[in-house]
Design a protein. Structure first.
Length: 178
C-alpha cells in the first residue's frame, strides 16, 4: 500500500462521555383551546329549606322559599314560608344582622337579640305556613354608678335587622336542593 491509499475501515470506537446540557430553547406557541367538557354531576343538596335577610324596616332580601315577612308588633316577626314547607316539622335559626341592628361595641353598649319562638302566641302569626321570630335590645344602665358599673338593664322588643334559615331535616335533604 502506498502512503496515499485508504485502507479498510477500523472497528468502531467506544462511546464518549455525555456533553454539557445546552441552553433552554425558546417557548413554543400556545396550542388551540380544547373542546368543552361534559356537564358535571348534580351537586349535593344544600342544608337550608328557606332563608332570608330582613331589615329593621321589614324589607326581605337574599331569600329562598319565603313568601312574606312582617313586623306584627315592635319586634315580633311573622315569617310566611312557601307552601312546600310545613312549619310544624322544623324550626328557625335566627341571628341579628350587625349592619341593620342597634348593637354597639362600646363598653356597656346596647346588644341586639334575635330568637325563634317555637310556640307562637301572636294571633297575627298563627297560619299553617307561618313561623314566629322575635328581636329586641338589651341596654345596660349605669346611672348612679361613679365607676360606670352596670346597675340595671332594660330589655325590650324592638324591630331589629336579622337573618334566618329553616334547616333541612338531617335525614330528609331532598327538599333542600331548590
Amino acid at each position: 500500500m502506498s502512503w496515499n491509499t485508504v485502507g479498510p475501515r477500523g472497528p468502531r470506537g467506544l462511546e464518549g462521555i455525555q456533553g454539557v446540557q445546552g441552553a433552554q430553547g425558546a417557548q413554543g406557541t400556545q396550542g388551540a383551546q380544547g373542546a368543552q367538557g361534559a356537564q358535571g354531576a348534580q351537586g349535593v343538596p344544600g342544608t337550608a329549606r328557606a332563608y332570608g335577610l330582613v331589615s329593621s324596616a321589614g324589607d326581605l332580601t337574599r331569600s329562598k322559599n319565603v313568601v312574606f315577612v312582617s313586623d306584627v308588633g315592635g319586634g315580633l316577626w311573622c315569617i310566611t314560608l312557601d307552601s312546600s314547607i310545613d312549619p310544624s316539622t322544623t324550626g328557625l335559626v335566627v341571628s341579628p344582622d350587625f349592619s341593620e341592628d342597634d348593637t354597639t361595641l362600646d363598653h356597656n353598649g346596647v346588644q341586639t337579640f334575635a330568637e325563634f319562638v317555637s310556640v307562637p302566641d301572636n294571633p297575627n302569626c298563627l297560619g299553617d305556613d307561618q313561623m314566629e321570630g322575635r328581636t329586641g335590645t338589651r341596654t345596660p344602665t349605669t346611672s348612679g354608678s361613679p365607676d360606670a358599673d352596670v346597675h340595671d338593664e332594660i330589655t325590650s322588643d324592638a324591630p331589629e335587622g336579622f337573618f334566618f334559615m329553616v334547616p333541612c331535616a338531617r335525614n330528609n335533604r331532598r327538599h333542600c336542593h331548590d
